[in-house]
Design a protein around this ligand. Structure first.
Ligand SMILES: Nc1nc2c(ncn2[C@@H]2O[C@H](COP(=O)(O)OP(=O)(O)OP(=O)(O)O)[C@@H](O)[C@H]2O)c(=O)[nH]1
Ligand SMILES: [Mg+2]
Length: 324
């Protein structure tokens, strides 16, 4: 049997409206690859929802996380729908075009945009400039988050970068906040500034809902993350993971079978490794993460397949969920 996907949002009138003063809205996290968008999403949610790796272009979809603060006597409560997005790049493959569509879609939905930058940089990289250009097309307030300040001796070292961004944006950001998403510095202050700009409104989702993607999505992402950590060069970029079977079995571990798709037989050989050892190690690492995420035991089966140039083939991209 197919486990139920996480429920989709209820129409807001099906939910009890929040008391006066309740706020709700969408927050897009946008920026060049590797600046720490997914790390910030996870930090704010207090849980690992979006995959993270030291290499650029890890995130390939918009990843939605729901941050709910229920009303109390002193606080009317709020619900922020956080949208982690793929790092902005100049599209090289059709896959990238789909990724950039997710960025623009998120910017279109945003009540507030958090434009993230790497505070250790002194000028705009090409990708960062592209990110600014996309952000300029949205009318939402823009908060500039200078991330990775833990790598700076003094926060002031990031000041020249603020000027660079002001010039590129054509105006000052609504606020500039130095943060360390990894260590949790400045992230509460940034959240407060976001919340100040979120409109009044009822919650969109039930209070206990964390996301709206099906469990299958997170399973494939966890395996992709493990590939990013275990393999180098082009392999992680040429890899897509498809959950082929997902069965809950009463009294037994869940059964999950996945295809790991790569573009060339040489990449397939690398993923499998001598005597299947690399694939075994990958399966072990991914299974542990999946079990921690699902909170139950999993029997994981991985198959490696070659689909030439899937990143540029419409049929394959559709099959893997891009372009819907
Ligand atoms: N030192 C330091 N490293 C950070 C911080 N935030 C994120 N990182 C690291 O930066 C790398 C990229 O982080 P991600 O969160 O995957 O970045 P991203 O912006 O989502 O990247 P893409 O999905 O590729 O666009 C990872 O190795 C993180 O651990 C930070 O505040 N300080
Ligand atoms: Mg990311």
């Amino acid at each position: 049997m197919e486990p139920d996907p996480t429920p989709t949002p209820l129409p807001s009138d099906a939910l009890t409206p929040g008391p006066d003063g309740h706020k709700s809205g969408y927050v897009a996290l946008v920026g060049a690859p590797n600046v720490g968008k997914s790390t910030l999403l996870n930090r704010w949610l207090g849980t690992k929802l979006s995959i993270v790796s030291p290499r650029p272009s890890t995130t390939r979809n918009r990843v939605l996380g729901i941050l709910t603060e229920e009303a109390t006597e002193d606080d009317p409560g709020h619900q922020l729908v956080l949208l982690d997005t793929p790092g902005v790049v100049r599209p090289k493959y059709k896959l990238h075009q789909h990724m950039m569509r997710d960025v623009d879609r998120s910017l279109g939905d945003a009540d507030v945009t958090v434009l993230m930058a790497d505070a250790t940089e002194r000028e705009l990289t090409h990708d960062a400039r592209q990110a600014v250009e996309r952000v300029q097309m949205s009318s939402a307030p823009v908060l500039l988050a200078l991330n990775k300040i833990d790598k700076l001796g003094l926060v002031d070292e990031a000041l020249p970068l603020v000027e660079v961004y002001t010039e590129a944006l054509g105006r000052p950001a609504d606020a500039v906040v130095p943060i360390s998403a990894q260590h949790g510095r400045g992230t509460d202050a940034l959240l407060e500034l976001v919340l100040e700009r979120i409109p009044l409104g009822p919650p969109y989702y039930p209070a206990d809902q964390l996301s709206e993607h099906p469990e299958r999505f997170f399973i494939s992402e966890i395996i992709r993350e493990a590939v990013f950590h275990q393999f180098r060069d082009e392999v992680p970029y040429a890899t897509q993971v498809v959950v082929v079977t997902y069965e809950e079995r009463p009294g037994r571990k869940d059964f999950v079978a996945c295809d790991i798709v790569v573009e060339r037989d040489s990449q397939k050989a690398i993923l499998i490794g001598k005597g299947g050892r690399a694939l075994k190690r990958l399966g072990q690492a991914a299974r542990e993460e999946i079990e921690a995420f699902l909170g139950r035991g999993v029997f994981l089966q991985l198959f490696v397949k070659t689909r030439a140039d899937w990143r540029d083939r419409d049929g394959h991209l559709r099959e893997y969920g891009f372009g819907r």
